[in-house]
Design a binder for this molecule. Structure first.
Ligand code: GLV
Ligand code: MN
Ligand code: MN
Length: 426
């Protein structure tokens, strides 16, 4: 365990634990984006940001941003952040650790008396996890000009549009262009690894090389609801039968593409809704959402062709129609910035920490941020690689070590980043 880190591990840990308490008590740890609990979490963060001397605002894309001006505001911003929303029954660290780390970096800089030339921002991006509207990374899409009208018109199960939900949390969907940034010179994100590489090699930090591209595809099968006791088998139009075969096709196609190597490919059906969902009714309608991830988009293209063909065949043989086969979102894989990665690596070495390069199979706000500025990530070990589950765990010292690497990198980048004149403000 490292004890001579340039920040306060306990103070950082206290924020992570305090945010964890803001959860749906029936489903720890749940703080879904756009919910009352999410807003409660944000109020907590905004208070902490203000106590640290940050000027706090919500941008038009619904991101919570804390800002501390540098000595030379004209040279732009170094941003640090992640997300405070969770998946249903998720963990205490996914996203939260990165926001709390950004805040602690600012407090540690303040405590050390350092005055940076660049302005520093700590960002809690809105809705990184797939939201009830079917879209993930809402805030980082907005900040990078990647949130379009089609996405804003997506609805949740109650029929509320994403644009209205965005308004509810303080965003301004009609002025989204104001959220788009051109003044951020570097973005750094700390995150738990959500894998076992660091733990199994007893390493302190991972320097992320690339982040997978994620494509989410929705398929709806429309059949006919009928009496499960009286409708003869030969006459049924069972939507779930087509869906079930499609789930198997997803698994088989993904197994095949993953086995080809060396590129990474995984695909999952994580949402399957059956209507009307009663034991004595033949399923009339089924909706699936497929999440396909890769380092090579050509594989996803082939995957979508296979699933397109096979889901159509499954619909025909179940005598149902395929009412929808549509992309919900499609993000390309990204490479993290080499200069930022070098700064993180040097930071780790200076602190005497063990590090390795590793790719990310999870999606992150950094993938969107790389569209507008150099971006990189630090992973910290988490127990048994477990994430998106209540057992998710990262040690206090592990998070502090990762945050300290960002602290070192921020100080170095403040001096080494190319100094271009700022072309516009957000
Ligand atoms: C984010 O948590 C993801 O789905 O990878
Ligand atoms: Mn997550
Ligand atoms: Mn996350």
């Amino acid at each position: 365990m490292k004890t001579n880190l340039p920040l306060d591990a306990d103070r950082l840990w206290a924020d992570v634990m305090a945010l964890a308490q803001i959860t749906d008590p029936e489903r720890p740890y749940t703080r879904r984006s756009f919910s009352a609990l999410f807003l409660e979490g944000r109020a907590f963060l905004a208070r902490r940001f203000a106590e640290a001397g940050l000027t706090t605002r919500i941008d038009a894309a619904g991101n919570l941003i804390g800002r501390i001006d540098g000595a030379d505001p004209a040279i732009g911003v170094i941003a640090i952040g992640s997300h405070s929303d969770t998946v249903p029954s998720g963990g205490r660290f996914d996203g939260i650790a990165g926001v709390a780390a950004g805040l602690e970096v600012v407090r540690a800089l303040r405590d050390s008396g350092a005055q940076l030339d660049h302005t520093i921002e700590v960002i809690d991006f809105l809705a990184e996890e797939p939201s009830e509207y079917g879209l993930s990374c809402v805030g980082s899409r907005g900040m990078t000009g990647s949130l379009n009208d089609r996405m804003l018109d997506l609805t949740d199960p109650t029929g509320e549009k994403l644009r209205d939900a965005l308004r509810r949390v303080g965003g301004e969907p009609d002025r989204l262009s104001q959220a788009k940034r051109d003044d951020i010179r570097a973005f750094l994100e700390l995150h738990i690894e959500q894998g076992v590489v660091l733990e199994s090699q007893s390493l302190d930090v991972g320097i992320v090389t690339s982040i997978v591209g994620i494509r989410r595809l929705e398929i709806v099968f429309q059949g006919e609801a009928d009496h499960a006791g009286t409708m003869p088998m030969a006459l049924r139009r069972d939507a779930l039968v087509a869906a079930a075969h499609t789930v198997s096709s997803v698994r088989e196609a993904a197994d095949g593409l993953a086995a080809e190597g060396p590129d990474y490919f995984v695909a999952t059906v994580g949402i399957l809704t059956v209507e009307p969902s009663a034991s004595n009714i033949v399923p009339g309608r089924c909706r699936l959402v497929i999440d396909a991830r890769t380092t090579n988009p050509a594989l996803t293209k082939r995957f979508v062709e296979i699933i397109g063909r096979e889901s159509s065949a499954h619909a025909t043989s179940a005598k149902v129609t395929r009412a929808s086969f549509a992309d919900l979102s499609d993000g390309a894989p990204v490479a993290c910035d080499p200069a930022l990665r070098a700064a993180l690596r040097t930071g780790a070495h200076d602190l005497g920490l063990g590090e390795t390069d590793l790719p990310s199979g999870a999606g992150h706000d950094a993938a969107f941020m790389s569209r507008i500025c150099p971006s990189a990530m630090v992973f910290v070990p988490c127990r048994a690689g477990k994430s998106h589950a209540p057992e998710e765990w990262a040690d206090r010292e592990a998070i502090a070590a990762g945050a300290a690497v960002i602290y070192q990198a921020v100080k170095a980048l403040d001096q080494s980043l190319p100094r271009k004149a700022r072309s516009g403000a957000a």
